[in-house]
Design a protein. Structure first.
Length: 295
């Protein structure tokens, strides 16, 4: 009998959830950044190996909302938690060396534990000493100690998840790696490149929207818009004589080409969408969960 189910990866910001998803799928689907809250949507990855299929949901970091964008992100995370068969609670091991991590219900601000079968994943073990790793294994014998960056502990994590999956036929064809359209990942690669190149100047004020995606065109034509909230931010993204946006577009195009496996013409624009992080209709247009619907 085969096994299949939804595996939700959740935890505080910067715990390494997106890197873990990429490791599990074997493909860069989720953008990664040292900046907290870089994951804004739930990202779907599919891993099929042997008799087990995991539909893996990467989620925004659990946080107290400060604006309606944060509310939309929290809704995306809690919706994925609700849907899970297996819940992988990712914790930064360096932050719980000498204190117990919060339960998942405490971390998520939930009144009770979720229905999913729970697995504690202590990530960033590569930042611990050998002695500290031994201490962690003794303190948390039912957890998995791993490094999503280096791959240490991944076989143990895969085995632990597989054991918890329900018996089921496969839910998707074996060669699929995601249920989301290619244009979604193109937008994410543009935004990731902006996060990399623009430093701390305006990471949370950026959103990316694919306005046109011409399948069958040679090269593949993609018109992408980076939305910012103010004219001053637009000037930063464009740069002097347009040099910054040219640099950004070149790097983003190369990422997209690696992902789609063909030449791409990336037509990149910057537009001001005032206060989009606090505007429900703007958020919905950009593909976020409804911030007014409580999970």
């Amino acid at each position: 009998m085969t096994k299949a189910g939804i595996v939700t990866v959740a935890g505080y910001p910067n715990a390494g959830k997106s890197t873990l998803l990429n490791q599990l799928v074997g493909e860069k689907l989720a953008i990664t950044s040292a900046k907290a809250q870089s994951t804004r949507h739930r990202i779907v990855g599919i891993r099929t190996e042997g008799e087990a299929q995991m539909i893996i949901l990467d989620t925004p970091g659990l946080l107290e909302p400060k604006d309606i964008l944060h509310s939309a992100m929290r809704n995306a995370a809690l919706g994925a938690v609700r849907d899970a068969d297996v819940l992988v609670h990712v914790v930064d091991a360096t932050r719980v060396l000498y204190k117990s991590p919060p339960t998942f219900a405490e971390a998520a601000g939930l009144p009770a534990a979720p229905r999913a079968r729970l697995l504690l994943a202590l990530n960033k073990s590569d930042l611990l000493s050998d002695e500290q790793r031994i201490e962690m294994r003794l303190a948390y014998p039912h957890s998995v100690l791993l490094s999503a960056t280096g791959g240490d502990g991944m076989p143990e994590l895969v085995a632990a998840i597989t054991q918890l999956l329900p018996q089921s036929p496969f839910l998707y064809p074996e060669d699929e790696i995601s249920t989301q359209p290619v244009r979604f990942f193109c937008a994410e690669f543009v935004r990731e490149t902006a996060l990399e190149q623009l430093g701390d100047e305006l990471p949370h004020a950026l959103a990316c929207e694919i306005e046109e995606y011409r399948e069958g065109s040679k090269p593949l034509y993609i018109r992408a818009v980076l939305h910012v909230e103010r004219d001053s931010q637009k000037r930063i993204v464009i740069g002097a004589s347009g040099q910054q946006i040219k640099k950004l577009g070149k790097a983003a195009r190369e990422k997209i080409e690696r992902f789609v496996g063909e030449p791409v013409y990336l037509d990149l624009w910057v537009k001001v969408l005032p206060n989009w992080r606090r505007n429900r209709s703007a958020l919905m247009r950009l593909g976020y969960d409804d911030p007014t619907v409580s999970r």
